[in-house]
Design a protein around this ligand. Structure first.
Ligand SMILES: Nc1ncnc2c1ncn2[C@@H]1O[C@H](COP(=O)(O)OP(=O)(O)O)[C@@H](O)[C@H]1O
Ligand SMILES: [Mg+2]
Length: 463
């Protein structure tokens, strides 16, 4: 089943008829097609949607904040009047940390992972805040009510935002609203509708067909002793606005029917593909990991967390180094310690302590003539990426002394990374302590992501 078709009603100007449009459009759509699920919610805190659609005086358990806090959209719904389902409003939506910190695609992701169908209508606030941006990002169609030249100028920001997010200009439509039909002009454009339409076309904006007139009857529908807001369909049948809304709803329904691929469906497909790609990359990465210490060949054990993780800059080979093996390597070859350093030696503790906050990079030594294939430089960086020390040794020395007992996997790794014919000159090995090994004895996904980040910054530094 296709994900829902989303219509966002937006304008940076207040009082242009957004909420009247969103709420009544929902009712007219439902009147045209009873079977079509129509869902409505508002990011505004005026509670017009709740006042218009709530049946009885029930207290809602959920509201629109759930769209940002990981709830499923279909669980937030309340069955409303006129067959429209709505998500109750929230007074302090913008204070929620989940809303403040949300990306533009948060709402779209929620809708993409939910089960809503049919048409979703979103009423927004008169600002281009994070909530409006989310509503625009998710939209198949944006309807922008304009009532005068000033509100028309304001749409530029909406267009710019949509363009920056890859949303086609064609998804946006202006709709002249609150048009006072009594006012006539001399010249080619005889009324406000004609004039606004001409302005819009002049600026390259597309319009919905027709307009919504200003009507005292419509204005009176939200002021009554019951404190309710009455729909135009039931209480304003005698007005032109009723005919204009019927025409508008038909246009919307036609566009919905003709829309082959809904934006939320596309986003869902994109997210699924991304997830599969990530899982595939992780799987490959795990398969390439060697389950033995690259130096001593001992098995990598989950309960023992004193490991360093090592990966080539092309990400092709990675593996673990036992802490003691790695510190031996450092002491002997890079700090030239002649004697064996006993496990109880405080130097080891010192190294362990400082290695928590550093990372190591091994690469071919740089000379004036480029990179030197016979020497390796060993860099040590602190957490902020500042170089703390640097030592260069000849590979020969490393090979002769350290590999007395035959080639270790680390040496093979060095050979493959630096010495083979076809290796890239700027290859390096990144070595960093790992805090924990997962159940399967491999690196956690997030840890590997952090490791990758360090890899990128090292690559940039060594350029
Ligand atoms: N077609 C109309 N004719 C007369 N008044 C209208 C019409 N549409 C909306 N209004 C009135 O204009 C005011 C602003 O409308 P509203 O829908 O709340 O705009 P927004 O959501 O853009 O702030 C409200 O008092 C509403 O009753
Ligand atoms: Mg409003």
């Amino acid at each position: 089943m296709q994900k829902p078709y989303v219509i966002t009603i937006s304008s940076e100007k207040g009082g242009v008829g957004k909420t009247t449009l969103a709420t009544n459009l929902a009712i007219y759509l439902k009147a045209l097609n009873e079977e079509l699920p129509v869902t409505l919610f508002s990011f505004d805190n005026h509670f017009s949607v709740d006042r218009m659609f709530r049946i009885g005086k029930q207290q809602s358990r959920h509201d629109v904040s759930g769209l940002f806090t990981g709830q499923r959209p279909e669980e937030l719904l309340e069955i409303g009047e006129y067959g429209v389902q709505f998500i109750p409003s929230n007074r302090r939506l913008e204070d929620l940390p989940e809303v403040r910190d949300a990306g533009f695609d948060r709402l779209a992701r929620t809708l993409a992972s939910g089960a809503l169908q049919g048409i979703v209508i979103i009423d927004t606030r008169p600002t281009l805040d994070i909530l409006t941006r989310n509503a625009l990002y998710a939209a198949d169609r944006v309807i922008i009510p304009v009532k005068d030249a000033a509100s028309l100028e304001n749409c530029k920001n909406l267009y710019d935002f949509c363009e920056s997010q890859g949303i086609s200009k064609r998804a946006l439509r202006l709709l002249p609203c609150l048009i006072d039909s009594r006012i006539r002009y001399k010249g080619p454009f005889t009324d406000a509708y004609q004039l606004l339409k001409a302005y819009a076309i002049n600026r390259g904006y597309q319009c919905m067909e027709g307009f919504i007139a200003k009507s005292p009857k419509v204005e009176s529908l939200n002021t009554n002793p019951e404190g309710r807001i009455y729909p135009i369909l039931t209480h304003g049948r005698g007005t032109n606005v009723h005919l204009q809304f019927s025409h508008l709803a038909r246009q919307v329904l036609t566009a919905f029917k003709n829309c082959k691929s809904h934006r939320i469906e596309e986003i869902r497909q994109r997210l699924t593909a991304q997830k599969q790609q990530q899982e595939q990359a992780l799987k490959l990465h795990r398969e390439r990991l060697l389950p033995h210490c690259l130096i001593c060949g001992g098995p990598v054990l989950e309960q023992n967390t004193a490991y360093f993780f090592c990966e080539t800059s092309d990400g092709q080979i990675s593996g673990f180094l036992e802490e003691s093996c790695f510190s031996d390597l450092i002491f002997r070859y890079f700090y030239r310690s002649q004697k064996e350093i006993a496990p109880s030696n405080p130097l080891r503790e010192l190294f362990r302590e400082s290695a928590q906050r550093s990372y190591f990079v091994m690469r071919l030594a740089a000379t004036n003539n480029g990179l030197e294939k016979s020497s390796l430089t060993f860099h040590r960086y602190d957490e902020e990426g500042l170089e703390i020390s640097q030592k260069t040794i000849e590979i020969k020395e490393f090979k002769n002394r350290f590999l007395q007992r035959g080639k270790t996997n680390l040496y093979r790794l060095i050979e493959a990374t630096f010495l083979a014919e076809e290796v890239a000159q700027d290859s390096f090995l990144l070595i960093r302590r790992v805090d924990s090994l997962t159940d399967s004895g491999l690196l956690l996904d997030e840890q590997h992501a952090a490791f990758q980040q360090t890899m990128t910054s090292v690559a940039n530094k060594l350029l």
